[in-house]
Design a protein around this ligand. Structure first.
Ligand code: GDP
Ligand code: MG
Length: 170
């Protein structure tokens, strides 16, 4: 079977763990230990192929940055996450991107995520700003909500498509 290693990178509390848990277990946890770093596994059928997804949920604390660079070496697909309610998390994306590009090429397969799209009243980053940042990173931009599940499956299909192009797509 094919195996794909996907890493979730971004500041603390943006919803990295929640995105992984929503995708793998289809549930939402209000309180999840922010220090836990673990690998989630999910087997999926994609274009009639069985694929084992190994999703690394990083702790996303600045003290771990050197460690994150190390981790990035073993990963091939990258999901960068900020929260649409938190401008700092938007700015921090570059720290993760710059660290990772030291070990991968600038063109490493990646998607930029603005999470917590359900929190419309607390929005601090516009969709336009999200697209702007994605242009700088040269990748696609998706807004997601781990809480209500919006675009979570789409996010993973987008990132997987880098390795297994969808033959049905024109
Ligand atoms: P991490 O540190 O990036 O792993 O963030 P967590 O997944 O632990 O989430 C941090 C907090 O934000 C938790 O209280 C989550 O319940 C909450 N959260 C995560 N995703 C969403 C979301 O899409 N919408 C809302 N409203 N809250 C979210
Ligand atoms: Mg977490």
């Amino acid at each position: 079977d094919l195996e794909l290693k996907i890493g979730l990178f971004g500041a603390g509390a943006v919803g990295k763990s929640s995105i992984a848990i929503r995708f793998v277990e289809d549930k939402f946890i209000e309180e999840y230990d922010p220090t836990i770093e673990e690998e989630f596994r999910k087997e999926i059928d994609f274009n009639n192929k069985k694929i084992l997804l190994r999703i690394l949920d990083t702790a996303g604390c600045q003290e771990y940055w050197p460690y994150i660079e190390n981790l990035a070496r073993g990963y091939e697909l990258f999901i960068y996450v900020y929260s649409i309610t938190d401008r700092n998390s938007y700015k921090e994306i570059f720290h993760y991107y710059n660290s990772i590009k030291k070990y991968k090429s600038e063109n490493h397969p990646k998607v930029l995520i603005g999470n917590k799209s359900d929190l419309t009243m607390k929005r601090a980053i516009s969709i336009e700003e999200g697209k702007e940042l994605a242009n700088k990173l040269n990748c696609k931009f998706i807004e997601t909500s781990a809480k209500n599940g919006e675009n979570i499956n789409q996010l993973f299909y987008e990132i997987i498509s880098f390795k297994i192009p969808n033959q049905n797509e024109n």
